[in-house]
Design a protein around this ligand. Sequence first.
Ligand code: AMP
Length: 273
Amino acid sequence: MQNASDTFRKEGKKIGLVPTMGYLHEGHLALVRKARGLADVVVASIFVNPLQFGPKEDLARYPRDFERDRTLLEQELTDVLYFPDVAEMYPQGYSTYVEVKELPDHLCGLSRKGHFGGVATVVAKLFNAVKPHFAVFGQKDYQQLKIIQRMVKDLNMDLEIIGYPTVREEGGLAMSSRNAYLSADEREKALLIQASMKKVEELFRGGERKARVLEGEARRVLTSKDGIDIEYVTLCDPETFHGLEEVGTSALLAIAAKVGKTRLIDNTVLTEP
Ligand code: AMP
């Protein structure tokens, strides 16, 4: 991959990278299209990174369909599909890890210890392998996006990180490879996540600024039916993730909840009009 990237660079081509764990959906493909519009060479990577899964998480059963992914990426005119295997990524003796401090001490990082270290490490390796001029990440994984931006800045990595808005299914559910785990009934319940965010946005537009009230309203909507187990509903600073009492000019509303056994996340940024 590095040799190919060196050649592209020598030819003066702009390389755009879209890192994924595969089992692609429209959200991933939107990132590829974004990259296609900006790059001469679009590289998509597929790697289910063991380092970012906890021991009790779904690494073994994470959905995979390589042939389907390959066809979808071809249709989007992806130039290179990079799919290293685990032994290539982490060969015997592998011992180097990237740890971003502070930002992982909030939101998903609280229940997924080590997760963002695994993400930062693999993304740093992908950047070194692909040598992209830019990489596109989804805002659906808002904390991940901010952590990658922090890493790139702190380590003087020479590329631009582009955030892309969350792509949703018709009913509003944020697209995720893990939605494949949901039964029809669970999918229906999962719609409450988007509904709770809409409710908070509506109250915010109406002038409500107290985090306790806004979070409380989101929780009320989420628990209006049985079957949603809230992990967190948090209004926080969109850059530091520190909790807020009053929402100022902008705030991140972030939600993680389990619907049945499936853990889903979503978020929206409230901004003063
Ligand atoms: P994943 O395969 O889940 O690791 O995701 C790969 C990339 O796609 C990450 O940058 C995600 O943030 C992004 N992504 C996942 N779901 C969506 C979505 N619904 N809308 C936009 N981007 C997404």
